[in-house]
Design a protein. Structure first.
Length: 280
């Protein structure tokens, strides 16, 4: 199946002009679609939230394997073309939601408590989308996302390349870089490399919900100036004396000159436990 030819023909037929500002680079690689489907571990009872369905090539693959698909598409023209395609192929188990995924109430989406997310996200909303989903009350069981490669590498990073994004995603999930996708796998060709990331959401999280806000406040302050030592960032943010910070780091056997990007999630949690009484 020549997906590139089909995509160009459909865009010509419906006068669709891919918008760079909206991140509209259509995936035209059957191989990449196959990898996404495989990693999603789909069953006939699954409910799937699809984001950025585009022309529906992934949508139809999902619909043939699961109980229900909710496809969220911001672009009015693309949503209309997707509806026509589903009607033409008599696909009944797909609900199209024509709105911004960032405005969607996940609890009211009809997916229930157990669902998966499969998405070829517009790259400019990746971090905001992840925050919205991972902090939601009704989190998915699993996510398989096609993102900019640099973002995926940040998500799965280990010291000394950790970031606020890495700590946040790894707190809630077990992320794995599945495979990479090049510009030739898309039309129009993007200027960046892409990658598939699989995120298995944890059954239990390290902290109680009422502690999470303070924990992420600590991490955010820790990364506030990456070039500075961690003790300086935190001492300034929480108005702690150098002696308190030195004692905390020494107690945890951390190098006093350590920086935020050098800590694992487990070490951040230990630091939080050590400093939480000082966080006022």
């Amino acid at each position: 199946m020549d997906l590139l030819k089909q995509t160009q023909e459909l865009c010509g037929l419906y006068d669709l002009k891919p918008s760079r500002s909206k991140g509209q680079n259509f995936l035209v690689s059957s191989g990449v679609y196959d990898k996404i489907i495989k990693e999603a571990e789909l069953t006939s009872q699954d409910k799937v939230l699809e984001v950025g369905p585009g022309l529906g090539f992934l949508t139809s693959r999902l619909a043939s394997r699961v109980k229900k698909v909710v496809s969220v598409e911001l672009d009015d023209d693309l949503a209309g073309v997707l509806r026509l395609g589903l009607d033409t192929h008599d696909i009944k188990n797909v609900e199209i939601v024509n709105e911004n995924i960032l405005d969607l109430d996940l609890s009211g989406s009809g997916l229930g408590k157990s669902y998966k997310i499969v998405a070829n996200l517009p790259y400019n909303i990746s971090s905001v989308f992840l925050r919205k989903v991972l902090e939601a009350e009704d989190k998915p069981d699993l996510m398989v996302l096609l993102l900019q490669k640099e973002v995926v590498e940040r998500i799965v990073a280990r010291p000394p390349q950790m970031s606020l994004l890495a700590v946040s995603v790894q707190y809630y999930s077990y992320p794995v870089l599945v495979d990479k996708a090049g510009p030739a796998d898309f039309w129009p060709r993007p200027r960046v490399e892409s990658a598939i990331v699989k995120l298995k959401i944890k059954d239990e999280f390290p902290l109680e919900p009422e502690q999470e806000k303070d924990f992420f406040r600590l991490v955010k302050f820790g990364f506030s100036s990456k070039r500075k030592m961690l003790k300086n960032n935190l001492a300034a943010a929480f108005r702690l004396s150098p002696e308190v910070m030195f004692e905390a780091l020494n107690h945890l056997n951390f190098n006093p000159r350590i920086r935020a990007q050098d800590l694992t999630l487990k070490e951040w949690l230990k630091l939080f436990e050590c400093l939480r009484d000082y966080m006022v």
